[in-house]
Structures are given as structure tokens and as C-alpha cells.
Design a protein around this ligand. Structure first.
Ligand code: SF4
Length: 184
């Protein structure tokens, strides 16, 4: 068996970004048939102790944000170069963090016609941020890049208390830390 191709990292802040978490640490997809999957959103989670049962509620409304060094793994999962991947599938969002604006990458949301609700590869505005839209990587049954999904997605569980899920501010802190460590 040949070794997998090395991940080509995107240069941000002038240097290559380390991954927020190693790809091999990413949890794998649930195996086998999912008896709880339903195209319709159930009113209640059938068994919260199961954790994520891939209802896709989060993927159908607000895609999670990438941490530094992660989108390269998603690009590789789809056999793409990082810059091509950004131009085709991601938008640049941002948030105020410690009195500075921190920008992050996020999968683009699709509109009701299945088209990107915003031009990929560009910065979104405040209105886009409030829109609910299906993530470009959601295929109706799960995530097309599950093994290499953004850290905010990987940490999110709709059944756990909100404070246990990763917040946008926590993702911003990762980017701020990456920028700081790159400062001359
Ligand atoms: S990247 Fe994957 S897990 Fe995250 S919102 Fe999109 S489809 Fe869901």
C-alpha cells in the first residue's frame, strides 16, 4: 500500500498553517444503516445518549467554521488543491475577538435552488450570516467530507448543552493564536 499524498497546506498569514487537530484524530462516520435517519426532521431526538445520529439538522442550517490548517485536509479529501477548494466551496466569515476582527473559512450555504447563496471565495456580509442554508458538503444523508470536516462541526452535538459545543469565538481564538504565532 502506498503512503497517502502529503497534505498541501494553504499559506495564511504568510506561513503554512498547522492543523487544529490531526486528521487521524477525526472521528469516523457511523457505520452501517442508520435506523434513525429521516428526511423529515423528527420533533425529538429518539435517544440523546446516541449522540450524533446524522439527522443533519446543523448541516441544513449553519455550516461549522474551520480552524487553522483544516481546510487543506478537506481539499485533499476531494482531490483538490486548497486554493481551488476555497474558490469553489468556502466563504470567508468573521467575528470580533478581543477587539479585533478575526476572519475564518466556512463552507458556503446553498440557497433553495441548490446554488451557493454567496459567491464562494469571497467575504460574506451580515445578512448572509443570518441566513439558514444547507451546507455545500451536505448530501442529504451526511457530510461528504466527514473525516475532514471543520472543527466546529466535529465538536458539535445537537443533543448536548449549547455551552459544551464549540462557539464561533473559540474558533476565532484558534485563528487569532495562529496569527500571533506568525507575527514577526
Ligand atoms: S462540513 Fe459537513 S458536518 Fe459541517 S455543516 Fe457541512 S455537511 Fe455538516
Amino acid at each position: 500500500m502506498t503512503d497517502p499524498k502529503p497534505v498541501q497546506r494553504l499559506k495564511i498569514f504568510g506561513r503554512e498553517q498547522p492543523a487544529s487537530r490531526p486528521a487521524e484524530d477525526a472521528p469516523g462516520p457511523e457505520s452501517g444503516d442508520n435506523p434513525y435517519w429521516s428526511a423529515e426532521e423528527p420533533d425529538e431526538h429518539p435517544d440523546p445518549s446516541l449522540g450524533c445520529i446524522r439527522r443533519g439538522l446543523c448541516c441544513k442550517s449553519s455550516p461549522g467554521w474551520y480552524g487553522p490548517g483544516e481546510l487543506e485536509q478537506s481539499a485533499q479529501a476531494l482531490g483538490m488543491q486548497p486554493d481551488e477548494f476555497v474558490r469553489k466551496f468556502l466563504v470567508i466569515d468573521g467575528i470580533e475577538f478581543e477587539e479585533k476582527r478575526v476572519e475564518v473559512f466556512a463552507p458556503v450555504k446553498l440557497d433553495r435552488f441548490g446554488k451557493p447563496a454567496w459567491q464562494p471565495g469571497t467575504r460574506v456580509d451580515a445578512l448572509y450570516r443570518t441566513l439558514r442554508g444547507v451546507c455545500v458538503f451536505y448530501d442529504g444523508h451526511g457530510c461528504k467530507i466527514y473525516q475532514a470536516r471543520p472543527i466546529e462541526c466535529a465538536r458539535y452535538l445537537c443533543t448536548q448543552p449549547a455551552e459544551q459545543n464549540m462557539s464561533h469565538l473559540e474558533v476565532a481564538a484558534l485563528w487569532a493564536g495562529a496569527a500571533e504565532s506568525d507575527a514577526p
